[in-house]
Design a protein around this ligand. Sequence first.
Ligand code: UDP
Ligand code: MG
Length: 309
Amino acid sequence: MELLSVIVPCYNEEENIFDFYNELMKNEPFFKKRGLDVELIYIDDGSKDKTVEKIKELIQKDTRVHLLSFSRNFGKEAALYAGLKKAKGDYVVLMDSDLQDPPSLLPDMLRYIDEGYDSVATRRVTRKGEPVIRSWFARMFYKIMNHISRTEIVDGARDYRLMTRQVVDAILSMTEYNRFTKGIFGWVGYETKWLEYENIERKKGETKWSFWKLFLYSIDGITAFSTVPLAIASIMGVLFCVFAFLFIIVIIVRKLIFGDPTSGWPSLVCIILLVSGVQLFCLGIVGQYLSKTYMEVKRRPIYLVKEEI
Ligand code: UDP
Ligand code: MG
């Protein structure tokens, strides 16, 4: 029998634990027919509600369920990494616990793996039910990202993905602290089949991602998979030097021909403000990379375990 590991990160998802389990196990006849054993690994990302209790209830009923509980909230990326490390399966699938990643797709995904694909990924083609501004920023992010990064990062891609052991090991070989899984998937490569579906709204509970959290996450993504912003800082510096040089020539020539006295402090103030603004902006870009490097160099663990069942 082959083994399928299902990894489910949970942060305050008490209302969703049972629903998710029931929905997933609707695939059981298919798993049996395919000759697959299943292990279900819940990663509790420091939940403050009854999530852990609910998972323990499940463990009482079904020995295929496992729990890994973090000492605090480390974020979804850390939870996914922990899950991949724990998984023993020949195939591993990552799924959200809020049923936005429909378990009914699993049979199709497994069929593609059997056809020879190394990984089957999903993307949502609509963003129904999401605030308009958030969708706009998300689309902008993917557009910019795909211009400045060589790694392919697909618009609307979800973390819902089925992988073979080989792909999982490749992902685990990337032990970086600043994890941006959407980029990591693209970076490791392998033959990937994309399945598309319409966005499914969260059934119960609330999204854990505020606009601000998403914004910071997008900066994580950019710094992790592109160094173009650093190049932009240098290019801007060169452009400003060229501009200043031309301006100096213009002023000298004007002085020699017309002899008019240099005038206008307002323009001077504007120039100083603009240039110092650009300087701070570029310094900030360098600072972003420096801070990421700083966190990498510290080599802190990506997560800490409180309990494991
Ligand atoms: N999640 C997590 N840690 C966090 C935030 C979220 O483990 O710090 C889990 C969450 O429980 C869910 C999945 O990540 O299973 C996706 O989160 P959510 O549904 O809030 O994100 P959205 O679907 O709105 O992007
Ligand atoms: Mg969700």
